[in-house]
Write a protein that binds this ligand. Structure first.
Ligand code: GLN
Length: 486
């Protein structure tokens, strides 16, 4: 087995037994990046020198017996997280040359835990999209089928984890951007409860929905990464003060005696039969492991897409107002132009089409005279969606469903049809509106050999249950052990 084929847990063991050094491991992943990037294009920036320096520090910590669960583990970071002295673009021309003076809290915590950062990963511009085709720097490709999208917006992070060009990565999920690409690339992707991980230093899309989380090939690995990232941060007032449980311990719980809900609204028309089939099979596996299942109803599901596409654009129009050519990134200053020209020129040259569409939608929804009818009303329906889940969790411990209605589609197939693109997230965005934890994990393949994902949704701050169900599933199946032929 080659080093880039290891799981995070296997790499941990080899590092701890000093059978491989952190430097060798980092070099193996840098080589793998070189070998796979021409096809996959998962990275926007690769940082070999600093990666090898961090790996040397990790080797010293290991020799001194000062190591932690992530010491020496090579990872990638979605380019939406600020990284000190390292370009952070959010996939946008407007931030093409932006070099933050500080690390996002999530990144700082990974570094503190000893992780080795290999580089920054591709994404849809400002995390708006489901395919990475909205990246200003060109799309990433699905390692299972290079003609297919890797999903989005964290497509680079998912594709890299699947391609073995990092051992884990971190992304963000506002309406599905961790779970949907994880599903399409056949890896684990976990969106924690809103507030579980600090948003400080994450370039904001929709602040009431954004949350950061890990990609990894195994649930056990994702648990270790979440452990390092989670917890209160004084720099983010929405981060929760609740103590962070021992997620490694939680994996041992299994599913015996758990009651799982299967929402009838999540088997939508237009869903590929193989997605439904893989989900039903996965449910049987969980039943075989001792879980009971019951059909449940989340009656306001049909409104989630409409509510999301008011709330997310509204918040984005406000968050993106800061990119005006004055302080951050691109600044287009024509001679004899006034301030308004500078704003207009900078924003029209710096933002791509989808971002402009969202800013316009959001500005409209927030404008005087329309605010109550749109943003206000959407907030009320959002509460109903959340209450559906709270009622369901009176009865069940977790919810299982498909992640996306289809396996990965072709690059270009939906690029000119925003509504079709938005529909990729119908099964994930309710979880963000309700602020719940949700995970995608590999549950099968389409006849074309493209991965299919299973979604596990838990009550607020019940990441332990989500991880326990996912780990039990991976112990009993081998979908996650398959690798793309690259
Ligand atoms: N695809 C959804 C959107 O474009 C979700 C994106 C995300 O989660 N960041 O808004």
């Amino acid at each position: 087995m080659e080093l880039h084929e290891l799981t995070l847990e296997q790499a941990r063991e080899l590092l701890d037994r000093r059978e491989v050094s952190a430097k060798e491991l980092a070099q193996a992943f840098l080589d793998r990046i070189q070998a796979t990037e021409p096809q996959v294009r998962a990275y926007l920036t690769v940082t070999p020198e600093s990666a090898l320096r961090q790996a040397e520090a990790a080797d010293q910590a290991l020799s001194a017996g000062r190591s932690g669960p992530l010491t020496g583990i090579p990872c990638g970071i979605k380019d939406v997280f600020c990284t000190k002295d390292l370009t952070t673009t959010a996939g946008s021309r407007i931030l093409e040359n932006f070099v933050p003076p500080f690390d996002a809290t999530a990144v700082a915590r990974l570094k503190r835990a000893g992780a080795v950062v290999l580089g920054k990963q591709n994404m849809d511009e400002f995390a708006m999209g489901s395919s990475t085709e909205n990246s200003a720097f060109g799309p990433s490709h699905n390692p299972w089928d290079l003609k297919a999208i890797p999903g989005g917006s964290s497509g680079g992070s998912a594709a890299s984890t699947a391609a073995g060009s990092c051992l884990f990565s971190i992304g963000t999920d506002t309406g599905g951007s961790i779970r949907q690409p994880a599903s399409h690339c056949g890896v684990v992707g976990l969106k924690p409860t809103y507030g579980r991980v600090s948003r400080f230093g994450m370039i904001a899309f929709a602040s009431s929905l954004d949350q950061a989380g890990p990609f990894c090939r195994t649930v056990a690995g994702a648990a270790q990464v979440l452990q390092a990232m989670a917890g209160h941060d004084p720099a983010d007032s929405t981060s929760s003060p609740l103590p962070v449980p021992d997620y490694g311990q939680a994996l041992k719980r299994g599913v015996k005696g758990l009651k799982l809900g299967v929402p009838k609204e999540y088997f939508v028309s237009g869903m590929d039969p193989e997605v439904e089939g893989a989900t039903r099979e996965a449910i049987k596996v969980l039943q075989g492991l001792g879980a009971s299942t019951v059909e449940i109803s989340l009656p306001h599901t049909e409104y989630a897409l409409a509510v999301y596409y008011i709330i997310a654009p509204a918040e984005c129009s406000s968050n993106l107002a800061r990119f005006d050519g004055v302080k951050y990134g691109l600044s287009v200053r024509q001679e004899q132009a006034d301030l308004m020209d500078m704003y207009l020129d900078t924003r029209s040259q710096g933002f791509g089409e989808e971002v402009v569409r969202r800013v316009m939608l959001g500005t409209y929804a927030l404008s005087a005279g329309y605010y109550d009818a749109y943003y206000g009303k959407a907030g009320q329906v959002r509460t109903l969606i959340k209450e559906d889940f709270l009622a369901a969790f009176q009865e069940v411990d977790a919810i299982v469903s498909p992640v996306a209605p289809t396996a990965a589609f072709e690059l270009g197939q939906k690029a000119d049809d925003p509504l079709q693109m938005y529909l990729s997230d119908v099964l994930t965005l309710s979880v963000n509106l309700a602020g719940l934890p949700g995970m995608s994990l590999p549950s099968g393949f389409s006849p074309q050999g493209r991965p299919i994902g299973l979604q596990i949704i838990g009550p607020h701050f019940a990441e332990e249950t989500v991880l326990a169900v996912g780990h039990a599933f991976q112990q009993a199946t081998d979908h996650h052990a398959k690798r793309p032929a690259l």
